[in-house]
Ligand binder design. Structure first.
Ligand SMILES: CCCCCCCCCCCCCCCC(=O)SCCNC(=O)CCNC(=O)[C@H](O)C(C)(C)COP(=O)(O)OP(=O)(O)OC[C@H]1O[C@@H](n2cnc3c(N)ncnc32)[C@H](O)[C@@H]1OP(=O)(O)O
Length: 193
């Protein structure tokens, strides 16, 4: 069953996505956008999700479901599976060199995901219309061609660095501004705006 709403269907005059000429090479490991990020950062209680550049405007990622990620006994929590999809979709920013945040995310849960599973995620941009980036992702069990457990369609909206500076808590924003890796990421992306 597909429940995708009209808000996630690109308009007829949407354009095809464009891979940035300086995007990381296919297979290259992508940096965390924030080391404190629940999805791609290095917190033990987080997802510890690692994403790699794909071909075109696409990425792959792996998420190992650990006991701390449980909902029902022995099974991954659905909200965390959505978070893994969201994080993988967010990594598409690297391929376009823009900064975009999730506006809408619709997840289908097709199979239960046991603790101990390595979820193999694949995400790609399907279309772009102004600041709106339409994208889709799947998560497969234990292999890149394993059975599909979760899939999502999403709409990301391009924002400027000010989005974070104006809305984030000062403590973390000041630390991010002082972090050469994050400041570099922000500069690289803003050049394209
Ligand atoms: C120093 C710091 C360094 C920082 C270094 C970089 C860090 C890089 C971080 C990346 C992070 C990734 C991590 C994973 C992805 C997350 O999880 S992101 C976190 C979750 N998302 C959020 O917090 C977003 C919260 N929402 C918002 O802030 C605002 O609603 C948004 C999304 C920015 C949109 O607001 P807006 O800019 O005012 O845009 P708006 O004019 O309302 O809408 C623009 C268009 O989008 C459409 N739209 C907007 N929202 C929706 C929606 N929900 N449904 C359908 N259509 C929508 C509008 O209809 C409009 O369409 P058009 O009229 O153009 O056709």
């Amino acid at each position: 069953m597909s429940g995708t709403t009209t808000a996630l269907k690109p308009p007829e005059d949407a354009r095809a996505p464009v891979r940035h000429p300086d995007a990381p090479a296919p297979g290259e490991l992508l940096d965390a956008h924030n080391h404190q990020c629940f999805g791609c950062g290095d917190q033990e209680s987080g997802l510890l999700l690692r994403a790699r550049a794909g071909e075109g405007v696409a990425v792959t990622a792996e998420f190992e479901v650990r006991p701390v990620h449980q909902g029902a006994p022995g099974l991954a929590h659905g909200g965390l599976l959505s978070a893994a999809l969201d994080e993988t979709l967010g990594a598409l920013n690297w391929m376009q060199r823009v900064i975009a945040v999730t506006g809408r995310l619709e997840t289908d849960f097709a199979r239960p995901v046991p603790v101990g599973t390595v979820l193999h995620l694949q995400a790609r941009v399907t279309a772009v219309h102004g600041r709106k980036i339409y994208c889709t992702a799947t998560g497969r069990i234990d292999a890149h061609d394993g059975p599909v457990a979760v899939r999502a369609d999403a709409l990301f909206i391009e924002v400027r660095v000010d989005h974070f500076i104006q809305n984030g808590r000062a403590e973390e924003i000041n630390a991010a501004i002082a972090d050469p890796d994050q400041a570099k990421l922000a500069r690289v992306c803003e050049v394209n705006q």
